[in-house]
Structures are given as structure tokens and as C-alpha cells.
Design a protein. Sequence first.
Length: 173
Amino acid sequence: MPRLAFGIVQYRVGAGPSPEAAETGKILRVDIATAGGRWPDFTRSALAAGMASYLSAPLVVDAAHTGSLNLYGHHTHGYRDVEGALLELFVTAVEAALRSTAHYLAARHEAAQLNTALVSRTVIDQAKGIIMGARGISADEAFQRLVAQSQRENIKLRVCAERLVSAVLQAHP
């Protein structure tokens, strides 16, 4: 078994310090030699990999993204309370960074959508103007005709408007 593959066992069987820390929201300090009754599969694989202690801290970004940050040790009682407190502090900083990144990515996505909407609105307004001028109708009527054309062709309104504007520009360079 690869050196760190033993940690995967707890996810396969759904039992071990990592899933429990993520589920309970509590830091777990584990002496692997005494964890056999609680997590037998994990304990066997960890001992086979030469691990003797384990420290797991919950890591929560949001409701959809949770897990744990784990440290493995080769010595029994390899982690004291102070290491647990330091890991908790570190995880708090990591969670803040991950949340900030998630907010940043969401804002970028929203900005891209708003930009697309502005571009779409411009070309839709141009197409409405063309229809109004060609048919002598109101802006509302021109918009309804554009919507009807979009639905007949089963294409987005923006695409329908782009085609109309492009066709007029090609016909009258």
C-alpha cells in the first residue's frame, strides 16, 4: 500500500477520524493503537503504514464543501493539546482564505454575466431600432416581433438580434 493511501480507507468505509471530525466539527487527537475498536479498518491500514498518531481538524467552507485537515505521526501520542490548538488556528485561516476565494469567484462569474447582459441589451436594442424603422412600429411591438422570431427559430433572443443587426450591416456597408 502506498505510504499515505491508508487515509483513503476511512472514506471507503465511512468511518475514521477524518469523516468524524468533518461530521462533528471537533478536532480529534487519536492514538492509533487504541482506536481499533472505534475504527478497525482505518486502524489496521494506518498501523500497516507505520502511523501511530493522528490529528484531524474539521474544515468547513460552506454547507456544500466540508472536510478535514489531517496530520499523521509516527510516534504514539504524537500530538498534544497545543498542536490541536495550532491546527485549529491554521484551519481557521485556511477556511477564511477558501471562503474569500469562493466569494471572489462568484463575484467574477456575476460580473461576466452582467457584462454579457449589457452586450446583449445593446444588440437587442439595435435590432429593435431596425425593426421599428423598417416596420414603423413601437418599441414594444418590435421587441415582441423579435421575441417571436427567436422562439420560431428556437434560438436565444440575443442571437436572433445579432443575426438581424449583422444582416443589415452586410446589406448596407
